[in-house]
Design a binder for this molecule. Sequence first.
Ligand SMILES: [Zn+2]
Length: 109
Amino acid sequence: MDYISDEFIEIYGESFLNSYDAIYDDFFKGFNSVVEKAIKIVPSKNGKFIDAFCKYCKKTLKIYVKNSLIENSTKKLVPLVFNHQDHALLLYIDTNFVVRSAEIIAISG
Ligand SMILES: [Zn+2]
């Protein structure tokens, strides 16, 4: 996130403040590429982004998984809950960071 905000300021700093309306469309296109870049660079240190399909939303999500979660697990398939709007995904991730199972689960309360 620090990386994203640094890039954000670097790329959009002044022009963002001066001409927000005019660059509105390009602004988000540009920001998307910054996010994609961050997704590629940041994870190698502490974790990885994995693809998980949410059947409820019918979308593939990028979910960040810490290396330590997988490394410290004694299980072959590591369970992980990812909150997604009004539901959650229960993922089982193998030691190669591949999603083996993804279930939609309800959130209590
Ligand atoms: Zn979802």
